[in-house]
Design a protein around this ligand. Sequence first.
Ligand code: PEP
Ligand code: MN
Length: 381
Amino acid sequence: MGKQGESNEVIIILRPDVDPSGPEIKQVLRQAEQYPGVEARVHEVRGETRSLVEVYLIGRTAGVPREVFEEMPGVERVVRVSQKYRIIGRHEGQVEAVGFTYNGVRFDQEASHVFAGLCAVDTKEHVEKMMRACQRAGLVTTRMGAYKPRTSPYDFQGLGKECLPYVFELAGKYGIRVIAMEITHEDHIDEIRSALRDAGNPTGVMLQIGTRNAQNFELLKVVGQQREFPVLYKRGMGITLEESLNACEYVASEGNRNIVFCLRGVKIHLGDPHRNLVDFAHVPVLKRLTRMPVCIDPSHSVGRRDRAPDGILDIFHVTAQGLIAGANMVLVDFHPAPEKALCDGPQALLLEELGTFLEDAAIVRQAYERRKALALAQAGK
Ligand code: PEP
Ligand code: MN
């Protein structure tokens, strides 16, 4: 990993047709070895239509001449970066947002997915009702909390690994391809991996890092060291966006770049009566600053089922605010019987509301596409 405080790293972007184990890369790495205190790391970035290979030069790069690399065969561009979050960063548009595909589902800055599901798994029956509703609505993505980081030790802590066998089996039965599931300890990754294997890998899991662990650097490093599962990183509720981005970089710097960044509101009483102050104005900011797809969580932002005089729930309103700004993923709590929910019942939407929720989201997404076309026309593209 790069040493703290040293900026001005160099990214060498190879041409898309370059073989990751071919002679061009070897030549770049040999050249990099000429500079003392400089370490080279090769990263492969898989895009939808093409793959990119990038070589990161980290360490004492101040004296490394850009031109030497620029003239090498196979090199497309050489970029000098100064932001601390050098792998997830866009560096003033110098690098593209490439995204990733996981279990057949595409995640990038153009994508649009709704992960509707249970905040916390409580019974098998509720999981089945939820997943059946997702399948009927045409969703292949859901959320299921097994490990819950609760504010009070006396509150329901989640069913943990005991619920995983039926959660995964039912996901397979109802065609769910990706489940967002929070983990709070590195052991949970092994528990998820082995439960998936025992169930015959019927589905996929996106490991969620909750806001309470946004700066749990050891956990971030561990999820970064594995490449099997993508990561849904939720911004810290009481730190700046910049601090959250630096924390998120821990995941990428350990090797896993399949990360979605999630906005979920920030903790401040100025957000009252909502549970948090909704921060979805940061959707375009994140797309500009980073290469990551952006998720919004309207449930944990708003925290209640209040309805505006226009008949629309606040949760629907803020979802629209995130989607009109180009959010790529919505993480949203539903429950078949919210009054029986063991966690966050007051913010759960009803299964009967799922169809309307998705229709409303589609209206807003279309409006966003039209806004984007308008901006492109204005720019003469
Ligand atoms: C959750 O998504 O279940 C959750 C606990 O959210 P957050 O970490 O944003 O509070
Ligand atoms: Mn919750």
